[in-house]
Design a binder for this molecule. Structure first.
Ligand SMILES: N[C@@H](CCC(=O)N[C@@H](CS)C(=O)NCC(=O)O)C(=O)O
Length: 368
């Protein structure tokens, strides 16, 4: 018995090269969350070659295979081997084909998808169709929606060394959104142009099309709503509350007890040629140590601050503690808390953190 293939097509206002690229290189941006067991997916990877693997990366570090690339012919055709059974579990013995064609049309590309060989599901073909028919509709709608996004760039105005700016950039990088930094110098913060963006004269400021936003937590939460996958907000009420608590601790206590009195004199002052009041710094150390101790107590065993998954709490706090760890006083303060020190090291190794290091940002653009 032959079962009619699932067929879907959408037209997008992109040339075939970009339509192909969006389909293959940024699947996580448009793949519907409900189709992949939801928010645990942090990435969907399609290795760009014949016989390349197709798999989901989960936020516990594991990978879940989905299938493989059967035909890789950019920008006109892609055939994927779908190897998930009717319950969406990987079955190496199963192979059905998803054939995607990208045809240039006036003003864009028609993207047509055919999922065939459905009879290979045997007795579970009906169950598979019931589950995946709507899924492919949602996937293609999601793809078309991302393709139709006006693509307004995310622009961040900021000082390259600012921990708050880094937190916003970490959010953009973790969400795989394209971003640009407009690097400002300290004097530019008082300029009429900047005060028009941020009347309090601080950074970061995010612009996205005609939308301007300051306050780092607001920026991160905007990114979360704009690009829900991978999610950076726990669904669990207590984990979400912990996340909010860490964000509040960062804003209220970390800045006042660690960043201003310890990190600024040790890290920023030498760069700016400013004198350091050693007595004031020494006097500040007990409060900084209390702050570190409390963060270590709340953080528990990890791997992330609120448990198994990266959240906004990690993005907010990491830039401050990364600086602290680089000072002699901070290293001594962190020494009794190897789990917290390990978290800083793991965060620092993330591609998002590497891409937002001060020196990398400094090299990106001239500072105005
Ligand atoms: N609550 C603000 C704090 C931002 C903030 O304090 N930024 C610092 C840089 S880390 C700043 O702009 N400092 C410049 C100044 O105070 O003149 C946010 O969350 O964005």
């Amino acid at each position: 018995m032959t079962i009619a293939p699932i067929q879907r097509s959408v037209t997008v206002a992109l040339p075939p090269e970009r339509a192909f690229d969006l389909f293959t290189r940024n699947m996580v941006a448009w793949w519907p969350r409900g189709c992949d067991d939801g928010p645990r997916t942090t990435d969907m990877v399609l290795e760009p070659r014949p016989d390349g693997r197709w798999y989901r990366r989960l936020d516990d570090g594991s990978e879940m295979p989905m299938g493989r690339v059967l035909t890789w012919s950019p920008p006109s055709r892609l055939v994927l081997g779908w190897q998930l059974d009717a319950t969406l579990r990987f079955d190496p013995a199963l192979l059905t084909e998803v054939d995607i064609r990208f045809e240039a049309q006036a003003g864009g590309t028609m993207v047509s998808l055919e999922h065939r060989n459905l009879e290979r599901f045997g007795d579970s073909a009906a169950a598979f169709l019931a589950r995946v028919n709507g899924g492919w509709s949602a996937a293609m709608e999601g793809y078309a929606a991302v393709a139709a996004d006006p693509g307004a760039p995310f622009v961040v105005f900021g000082l390259p060394g600012s921990p708050y700016v880094r937190a916003a950039l970490l959010g953009l990088a973790e969400k795989r959104l394209d971003w640009q930094l407009r690097a400002l110098g300290r004097t530019a913060l008082r300029s009429p142009e900047h005060l028009a963006r941020h009347p309090f004269g601080r950074v970061p400021v995010l612009t996205h099309g005609d939308f301007t936003l300051y306050e780092t937590q607001a920026i991160l939460r905007y990114l979360e709503r704009f690009r829900p996958t991978p999610t950076l907000v726990p669904a669990d009420a207590r984990a979400a509350a912990r996340m909010d608590q860490f964000c509040g601790i960062t804003d209220c206590y970390v800045v006042a007890d660690i960043t201003m009195p310890v990190v600024f004199p040790r890290v920023a002052a030498p760069r700016l040629g400013l004198p350091v009041d050693e007595a004031a710094l020494s006097a500040a150390l007990p409060r900084a140590a209390r702050c570190v101790a409390e963060i270590a107590r709340l953080a528990g065993a990890g791997p992330f601050l609120t448990g198994a998954r990266l959240t906004l709490a990690d993005l907010m706090l990491f830039p401050h503690l990364d600086y602290l760890a680089a000072t002699a006083e901070g290293a001594a303060m962190l020494a009794p808390y190897p789990a917290l020190a390990g978290w800083i090291a793991r965060m620092a190794a993330r591609p998002s953190a590497v891409a937002t290091e001060r020196d990398v940002l400094m090299a990106m653009e001239e500072i105005s």
